[in-house]
Write a protein of this length. Sequence first.
Lengths: 242, 186
Amino acid sequence: MEHTNLSDEHINSFIDNQLDSNEKISVLNVISQDEKLREKICEIYAHKEMLKHAYENVIENVNTDYKVKRQGVNSIRAMAAALILFFGGTSGWLVHNWKDLPIGNGTTPELAGIQHIEGNSETRKVIVQIANSDPMHLNAVLDETEGLLDGYKRINRPIQVEVIANNRGLDLLRTDVTTYSKRIASMQEKYPNLNFLVCGQTLAKLRNSGTNVQLLPHTLIAKSATDQIHKRIQQGWGYVRI
Amino acid sequence: MKILTLFGITGRLQTQVDQMRPKLYRLAYSWCHNSALADDLVQETLIKALKNESQLRDPALMKSWLFSILANCLRDHFRKSREMDDIDELEDFLYASETTPEDELSQAQIILRVRSAVAKLPVGQRQVLTLVDLEELSYIEVAEVLGVPIGTVMSRLCRARIAMKSLLRELEPIKTIQINKLRSVK
């Protein structure tokens, strides 16, 4: 695809305005004498415009076809471990000594890592995000949360937990979709320090697309998952994504 | 809460960051062609940006800084999804389904053609092409965003444009060929 003495890289650099004025002039001189090159450049410009056009109206939308390869429960745990982010600026969120915490049956080390310093009775606060509707993930978020709450309850330490659902994770808290309504109701009754929230943006998108979304009782609506997570992080909460 | 307060940056840049979310989403979508995944990547990007806000020393570089985080989030996503050696060679047909998410919305045929063609490019080429053509970044900025040498940016761009040309031709609707019926002649 070489034209005259210009490489494809050089032609692209001209099209993308990456050349200085002298280089541009020399390219223009070549172009003026090469009709095929002119056609080629026009075609690339056209493709550039087509690309812009193809994505200019992309707007955030909830896609019901979201599928990601799953590799079993171990990968969920590995992913959760990889995604645990600790914030708050206090040493109370350090990961060490998690084995000392009498955790509940369902609790994996990922959430058990969120624990206290010996003798510190300050309320621990954690926000847990679920963003997809894979049953393994939905189970994991409830198991982990319950295990954590149970562990703190048994050692009589205060903890506050928020579970926030966005994207397909909203299915967890939709009356018409979830298979966990009884379990969630039971958790809400057992743990007054637990709140379930949904992302207001996801909810609005679903409703705007004509979906009749009904939420489980006592589900709160955050402005958006991102805002809620950011707000909590700023307030010193720990953040876990499952 | 305004996203800006996350970054702890001054009010002058508030509009700039607020404007970035749609751009991030558009770019993420052009890379993965999956609305939910794109949304997820954008959220992850914003959260990582918050965590690492101190890394942004010059607010003027916020755009490419956020793009760079987005590119890392996509890379992480692929690493979790499957093992891979070279993102440039990866053709993730996993997300490049034959019917794009927007099919059902009856978008113009040309949009579908271009998106399908972009989706068929290897991820590395797709990223370079969209950063240059869609976000109008310079080659140097693209190299910084993706953490690759500028020569790699230029070669990926060349390959992407050559591939696009061919893919767009392949994806052109088949025109009905008018065949004149021959009359039998006695």
